[in-house]
Design a binder for this molecule. Structure first.
Ligand code: NI
Length: 161
């Protein structure tokens, strides 16, 4: 396993649409392992493959630090409610912005054996799912920020994805 370099806003790889994963090769498995290691090293809550420069529809999320989730080819099936709060991104280091997201999302995704499963999330997990899935289509949360970006260090609590 290896820690990969996290690409930052302005890198064109973050603005591209990712390709569906059709088979899990040893390289894909290595990418997934590296994404988890990179996520934990950066102390983020989520990481999408384009953030390490790979245009594949793969996301890793862990909102508690003890609950690793892998989502391959994920799609949002259902959303409801609303939450507004500060959001950050490992590709926009040190900054946060106010973003409104659904408070509940249901996602269909595939596991490391390409078997489908459904995942429901509320609050931070719902926010992380929306945020990471947008990375797969070349979008960053800064497009949705209401108000200025602020320094994360000035906030009482914050998360980066
Ligand atoms: Ni992000």
């Amino acid at each position: 396993m290896a820690i990969r370099k996290i690409r930052e806003m302005g890198d064109p790889v973050l603005e591209k649409k990712c390709k569906e994963v059709k088979e899990i090769t040893p390289r894909t498995q290595e990418l997934i392992d590296d994404m988890f290691e990179t996520l934990y090293e950066a102390q983020g809550v989520g990481l999408a493959a384009p953030q390490v420069g790979i245009l594949k529809r793969i996301v890793v999320i862990d909102v508690t630090g003890e609950d690793p989730m892998l989502l391959i080819n994920p799609k949002i099936m259902e959303t409801s409610g609303e939450q507004t709060g500060y959001e950050g991104c490992l590709s926009v280091p040190g900054k946060s912005g106010m973003v409104t997201r659904p408070n509940y999302v249901k996602v269909l995704a595939y596991d490391e054996n390409l078997q489908p499963f459904e995942l429901e999330g509320t609050e931070l997990l719902a926010r992380a799912l929306c945020h990471e899935l947008e990375h797969l289509d070349g979008h960053l949360y800064v497009e949705k920020v209401d108000g200025p970006l602020v320094n994360t260090a000035d906030l009482a609590e914050s998360e980066e994805a």
